[in-house]
Design a protein around this ligand. Structure first.
Ligand code: NAD
Ligand code: UDP
Length: 318
């Protein structure tokens, strides 16, 4: 039931890094939030502070199973999928199922409830890009047989499903392509570069740069992403896809050096093998997000890293 402007919003993957921040923000706006998660990579700690909020409901469930929900729903944010390369390659067939069966389940639900549905897609759609920076009209360079393909092709197929549910059934869809995002509540052991480097620097371990560290990524702070996702969901007559990321591009070696400096760590950098299929460069072209959503990121890498370092210090001292 709608009360005023309050909406009932389902967030799949709501106990994960991004999902927990999104749930928090949507609750803060006065909405009712239902978080669906199987806790594969998410954690109860991420949402423990939300459990006492009467507008928050947790449903422990796997997105690949049918989901019959009795109440009304206004919006669905579909985030349930492991996001770190280690996590999504752990059970690659399951990763494909989370994207394909999971998306079908959520699109069916959106169709039944006449709800808007936003897909958390990814810059991995562009694979190892031959165009730089990447705009939404670039179709990508993805090897369907690579160990990353369960995620890349799974997410590509999810986009196809969203587009087809819109064309065939008129479902109110949105697609955002998220570029590397970091911040508090990243799992400390999920293997992604920002959490790895900060944990290694704080514990005095070696900083593990893969390859020669010349590959680039563009890092976006979580608060900027959440603002962009909500703006996209609320925007009428625009389904995307739209890139949401920070165009500030850094080599992985530069990132390692920044983390060492900002933590005051004495850690050394060691160089290891580059994982198969690791993209060489990545930078979003965000002109479309600026034009259509009036959105651009505000938080610079140093500021975001300091906040994230503060979080990891806290959990290390617990
Ligand atoms: P995360 O691993 O912290 O969160 C994913 C959440 O989904 C976890 O809580 C996990 O338990 C849950 N989940 C996984 N499989 C599930 C299943 N089968 N059923 C129910 N729940 C399941 O990762 P994140 O960084 O918060 O990413 C969230 C979403 O954003 C993912 O879809 C990811 O692909 C997308 N994304 C993230 C980034 C990034 O840089 N963080 C970049 C691009 C896209
Ligand atoms: N990376 C690294 N050391 C690590 C973890 C990652 O050098 O300890 C590199 C990885 O090879 C990639 C980049 O950092 O080039 C980003 O990796 P991440 O897993 O965070 O994200 P993705 O590759 O999906 O963009």
């Amino acid at each position: 039931m709608k009360e005023g402007n309050k909406k009932t919003i389902l967030v799949t993957g709501g106990a994960g890094f991004i999902g927990s921040h999104l749930c928090e923000k949507l609750l803060g706006q006065g909405n009712k939030v239902i978080c669906l998660d199987n806790f594969f990579t998410g954690s109860r700690d991420n949402i423990s502070h939300l459990l006492k909020n009467k507008n928050f409901t947790l449903i422990e469930r796997d997105i690949i199973n049918n989901f019959n929900y009795g109440g009304s729903l206004d919006q669905i944010y579909n985030l349930a999928c492991p996001a770190s390369p280690i996590a999504y390659q752990h059970d690659p067939v399951k990763t494909v199922k989370a994207n394909v069966k999971g998306s079908i389940n959520m699109l069916e639900l959106a169709k039944e409830k006449s709800a808007g549905i936003l897909q958390a897609s990814t810059s991995e759609i562009y694979g190892d890009p031959l165009v730089h920076p990447q705009g939404e009209d670039y179709w990508g360079n993805v090897n369907p047989l690579s160990p990353r393909a369960c995620y890349d092709e799974g997410k590509r197929c999810a986009e196809t499903l969203f587009a087809d549910y819109q064309r065939e059934y008129g479902v109110d869809i949105k697609i955002v392509r998220i570029f590397n995002t970091y911040g508090p509540r990243m799992a400390k052991n999920d293997g992604r570069v920002v959490s790895n480097f900060i944990m290694q620097a704080l514990s005095g371990g070696e900083i593990t740069v893969y390859g020669d560290g010349g590959q680039t990524r563009s890092f976006q702070y979580i608060d900027d992403l959440v603002e962009g996702m909500i703006k996209m969901m609320e925007k009428n007559n625009f389904i995307g896809p739209v890139n949401i990321g920070n165009p500030g591009e850094f080599t992985i070696k530069e990132l390692a050096e920044r983390v060492i400096k900002l933590t005051g760590s004495k850690s050394n950098i060691v160089y290891g093998d580059l994982p198969e299929g690791d993209p060489k460069q990545r930078q979003p072209d965000i002109s479309l997000a600026k034009k259509k959503l009036g959105w651009e990121p505000k938080i610079k890498l140093e500021e975001g890293l300091l906040k994230t370092i503060g979080y990891f210090k806290e959990i290390l001292n617990k």
